[in-house]
Design a binder for this molecule. Structure first.
Ligand SMILES: Cc1cc2nc3c(=O)[nH]c(=O)nc-3n(C[C@H](O)[C@H](O)[C@H](O)COP(=O)(O)O)c2cc1C
Length: 170
């Protein structure tokens, strides 16, 4: 029998970021929660064991090195059985045009092969990128994605909610 409940899995960073300053809830997290609320999905947050630097500049350097090294930073244990889900919403901030590396560690550990993947990202100009590597990492079937500016999610939640609602209707 098909699983009715979708899963939302995401990474999102707090502290200092481009365009929004110091934040206590990540831009992608705001969108992830909107999607979960509308769809009744379970939420799983991918949290790296070693946090990135709180200041934007250092974080940029750390993440650049990780991407170049194709690193697999460890994430904190989560309670999850992929077999419980058929529809997976995958959310991440665009980092150097790609998914942050802890998401790759996550997909190395949890297989979503053949499942429907709905990507959503927040960004500050790149738009919806990183999809090729996401498809490869999950082995899933890619559905149409959603891209929202991070500062819109953070500062104009009504506008972000509208974009989420329109996307979910498709
Ligand atoms: C390390 C780092 C790299 C980033 N690289 C990009 C990028 O390549 N393209 C882009 O449009 N935005 C980039 N951004 C901006 C983020 O994608 C944007 O602020 C996003 O909304 C952050 O989401 P979060 O609060 O959920 O972490 C980068 C931000 C950080 C911290």
């Amino acid at each position: 029998m098909a699983n009715a409940k979708p899963l939302v899995v995401y990474y999102s960073r707090v502290d200092e970021n481009y365009s929004v300053g110091n934040i206590t809830k990540g831009n992608t997290e705001i969108v992830a929660e909107m999607i979960a609320k509308k769809t009744g999905a379970d939420l799983v947050k991918v949290e790296p064991v070693k946090e990135y630097a709180k200041d934007y500049k250092t974080c940029i350097e750390e993440s650049k090195k990780e991407l170049a090294a194709d690193a697999r930073p460890a994430f904190k244990p989560v309670k999850l059985n992929p077999a419980d889900y058929d529809e997976i919403y995958v959310g991440y901030p665009i980092w150097w045009g790609e998914m942050p590396m802890p998401m790759f560690t996550f997909f190395d550990q949890y297989s979503f092969k053949g499942k429907k993947i709905h990507p959503f990202v927040t960004h500050e100009g790149s738009g919806l990128t990183g999809l090729k590597r996401l498809e490869k990492a999950t082995g899933g079937v890619m559905a149409e994605g959603l891209a929202i500016y991070g500062h819109v999610a953070q500062k104009e939640p009504e506008k972000a909610q509208q974009l989420v609602d329109e996307w979910l209707k498709k």
